[in-house]
Write a protein that binds this ligand. Structure first.
Ligand code: ATP
Ligand code: MG
Ligand code: MG
Length: 569
């Protein structure tokens, strides 16, 4: 492993470490967190945040918390909690006791802090920093003002602390309907930062919560809860995406007020923003991903075309390739687009040295070796990996009838075509040199079989083979021992590089060829392949045995990516 590349966050941490900012008894100097809301599946954008937060903790002997930001009773569900934990683990990170993460169990639920959030809210009311507002939602919105004009104070802003406290307690007791009152921080209705214009911090919601059940009918707002969660957990560097930059003044304000009230000690957490991941040809909005699932455009959250972690995992991406990708794209404060091919490049880089090689014929055409002895099948072998002879050989046979790729024959070759055409010689890789003699066609003129003769002394690995110099080298499987397999050829889900961009209807930009299913023939050893096995089909690309549908003896393969970047060329 190489030393991590520095970035602005590492520079900040280095400075804090040098200054001893977070020198606290018995606590690591770096505590980060990954705080998903359990309201959907994680996607490749979340992977960037996971690799960043867990990676910093790992590299600075710190700790990273997995925290479910579950303060919103609607839309949250145990199903999402489970899949998020699964995805974080699969990516190679661990919130549980591990040397990598400082020991201890670092799994947290924001909903476990509801009592503390509530106590802080009462403190804020008593200290004159919060009030219950009883304006209608319409009046509240109108009085908030906008960027061009200051807001107007609520007529309830100067109500006494005891009156606010009484109302707040009755809100909690369930005396009022949703929306009847709201608790607001008392800051500045004229602030140029809209987030500082007396933001709402508690609202009434008569709703069941997946963790706390029906205990609460008031719930804290995200902007109130999130900084307090960080402070409760002694987070040092709270890292979020750039759109939260304008929320930072309130982040600091609320923690400072709670610290004055004795709820937190210095040093308190600080927020830092980085640019979110935008990946070409991909949408990462939870709402849009849900639409793809609900309208059956894809087969589910784990469809191999989905940018969800469960989707890219099923597609065949490795955790190592995702980590490499996150490292390579780096962390900056300026928004930009990362080309999808960068992700594919990382997968190739990870799998090329690892993946065993195999042969698959994806669009089969019969090749008949007319001078081959009838009924005979001769053993052939090929390396499992070309650079690792110690990994041994794959065994298969060659016989009179083979399957080759349709595109490896042209009756009338184009210029520069070196594969099979009448009169031309090619090498059947790991087998013999053959000379094409012609083809059979059906009544519509479609080629249904190709004929050739072989040279018995040309077998690969024998002395005689050196006497044959041919330009074409094609792959094949023996019809007598090949295994039939379903192969799913996946491609980008959208035809447009920025399907998410403003104003575009992403649903009309779907790539109709994002999935092609072919009946392929694969070499006989593939009968033993277990689900999740990744390999390279020579000349085709990287494939994985589908973790859901593949079974031993009856494999189903997904194409992760082709060998070279061919998109848009
Ligand atoms: P929403 O707010 O619509 O529910 P979200 O994508 O923000 O969706 P969260 O569960 O709040 O979902 O995200 C968890 C963490 O992942 C946050 O810290 C967030 O900043 C980070 N994150 C989300 N999307 C990206 C992205 N595209 N690139 C980098 N980080 C991201
Ligand atoms: Mg969210
Ligand atoms: Mg969010």
């Amino acid at each position: 492993t190489t030393a991590p590349v520095s970035n602005f966050l590492r520079a900040i941490i280095d400075n804090d470490n040098a200054a001893g900012t977070y020198k606290r008894d018995g606590m690591p100097a770096v505590i980060t967190r990954f705080p998903p809301e359990p309201n959907g599946y994680l996607h490749i954008g979340h992977a960037k945040s996971i690799c960043l937060n867990f990676g910093l903790a790992r590299d600075y002997n710190g700790v990273c918390h997995l925290r479910f930001d579950d303060t919103n009773p609607e839309k949250e569900d145990q199903e999402y909690v489970d899949t998020i934990m699964d995805s974080v683990k699969w990516l190679g990170f661990d919130w549980q006791a591990s040397a990598q993460n400082g020991g201890g169990n670092h799994l947290y639920y924001a909903s476990n802090y509801f009592d503390t959030f509530y106590a802080i809210a009462e403190y804020l009311i008593n200290a004159g920093h919060a009030y219950v507002d009883s304006q209608s939602p319409e009046d509240m919105a109108a009085n908030r003002g906008d960027f061009s004009r200051p807001g107007v104070n609520s007529p309830f802003r100067d109500r006494t602390a005891s009156e606010s406290l009484d109302l707040f307690r009755r809100m909690k007791a369930g005396e009022f309907a949703d929306g009847a009152h709201i608790l607001r921080a008392k800051i500045d209705m004229a602030s140029p930062n809209m987030n500082m214009r007396d933001p709402a911090i508690y609202r009434i919601r008569h709703a069941h919560h997946h963790n706390t059940g029906d205990k609460w009918c008031i719930y804290p707002m995200y902007d109130y809860a999130h900084p307090l969660e960080d402070a409760i957990e002694n987070i040092t560097h709270s890292i979020c995406t750039l759109e939260f930059q304008d929320h930072r003044p309130f982040y600091d304000w609320i923690i400072a007020r709670a610290a004055e009230g004795g709820f937190f000690k210095q040093p308190v957490p600080r927020q830092y923003e980085f640019a979110r991941l935008n990946l070409t040809y991909v949408v990462t909005s939870k709402r849009k991903l849900r639409q793809l699932v609900e309208q059956n455009i894809v087969s589910g959250w784990d469809d191999p075309r989905m940018p969800t972690i469960v989707g890219i995992r099923r597609r065949g991406y490795t955790p190592e390739s995702i980590q490499l990708f996150c490292e390579r794209i780096g962390v900056t404060r300026s928004d930009g687009w990362i080309d999808y091919s960068t992700l594919e490049g990382c997968l190739r880089e990870d799998l090329d040295p690892k993946a065993p090689r195999a042969t698959a014929v994806l669009r089969p055409l019969k090749l008949i070796i007319d001078n081959f002895p009838e009924g005979e099948n001769i053993s052939c072998s090929a390396p499992v990996h070309p650079h690792h002879p110690e990994r041994g050989n794959r065994e298969f046979t060659i016989g009179k009838e083979l399957w080759i790729e349709q595109e490896d024959f042209m009756e009338e070759p184009v210029k520069g075509y070196f594969r099979l055409f009448p009169g031309n010689k090619v090498r059947l890789r790991y087998g013999y040199v053959v000379e094409c003699t012609g083809c059979d066609k059906d009544e519509n003129g479609n080629v249904i079989a190709v004929h050739c003769n072989y040279f018995a002394d040309s077998k690969s690995g024998t002395e005689g083979s050196a006497n044959y110099k041919v330009k074409g080298n094609i792959h094949w499987v023996n019809a007598a021992d090949a295994l039939e397999a379903e192969v799913r050829l996946y491609d980008r889900l959208f035809t447009d590089a920025n399907p998410d961009a403003g104003g575009k209807d992403f649903m009309v930009l779907l790539n109709p060829n994002a999935l092609e299913i072919v009946k392929a023939y694969v070499e006989p050893g593939m009968k033993d392949v277990t689900p999740d096995t990744r390999l390279q089909f020579e000349r085709h690309g990287y494939f994985v045995a589908d973790r859901v549908d593949s079974v031993v003896g009856k494999p189903v393969f997904n194409r992760v990516t082709t060998l070279k970047d061919s998109w848009g060329k």
